[in-house]
Design a protein around this ligand. Structure first.
Ligand code: NI
Length: 175
């Protein structure tokens, strides 16, 4: 089922989400199904459970190609439960980000360039990957949602925060 996405200003986007304690449950399966349908319907690169009002540590991300990020390399579709992130270097890279909870907007956000992430899939199988670039950025963005952090809260230069169509022209305005 396609769910409504909460928008910035909703206090549910600011809370600390709770860990999943049981894997392979009907509840978790349904949550992931709803998140996937909602992400695809909105052409998102990722989605976190709190964005549909579910206070649990579940994120997903991935795409073959994405109209919202036409230059981004593909990222394998991944469901990540109870994620743990470890930066692999101090190096920080800035780049444009959007968020389905801030429709029509983009911001220039600093993120760790290289990252190891660990967690579990829906069945409880371990996931352990080291990634960089846009993949690392998307994971940091989605996992921030689990801690009540939205990308403008990571920005250091708010002069590079604006409406997508104004920043990049009408071609980029599709959300
Ligand atoms: Ni987001």
């Amino acid at each position: 089922m396609i769910r409504d996405i909460l928008r910035m200003g909703d206090p549910r986007l600011l809370s600390l989400a709770k860990p999943i304690e049981s894997f392979g449950t009907a509840q978790l399966t349904k949550l992931i199904e709803d998140m996937r349908e909602t992400m695809i319907a909105n052409d998102g690169a990722g989605l976190a459970a709190p964005q549909i009002g579910v206070d649990l540590r579940v994120v997903m991300f991935g795409f073959e190609s994405n109209d919202r990020y036409p230059d981004a390399a593909p990222i394998p579709f991944t469901v990540l439960v109870n994620p743990q992130l470890t930066p692999l270097a101090d190096e920080i890279e800035e780049g444009w980000e959007g968020c389905l909870s801030l429709p029509g907007l983009r911001g220039w956000v600093p993120r760790f360039t290289r990252l190891r992430y660990r967690g579990f899939d829906a069945q409880g199988n371990a996931i352990d990957r080291s990634v960089e670039g846009f993949h690392a950025r998307v994971v940091q963005h989605e996992c921030d949602h689990l801690d009540g952090v939205l990308y403008p809260m990571r920005m250091t230069d708010l002069s590079r925060f604006g409406f997508t169509d104004v920043l990049f022209g009408d071609d980029a305005s599709a959300e």
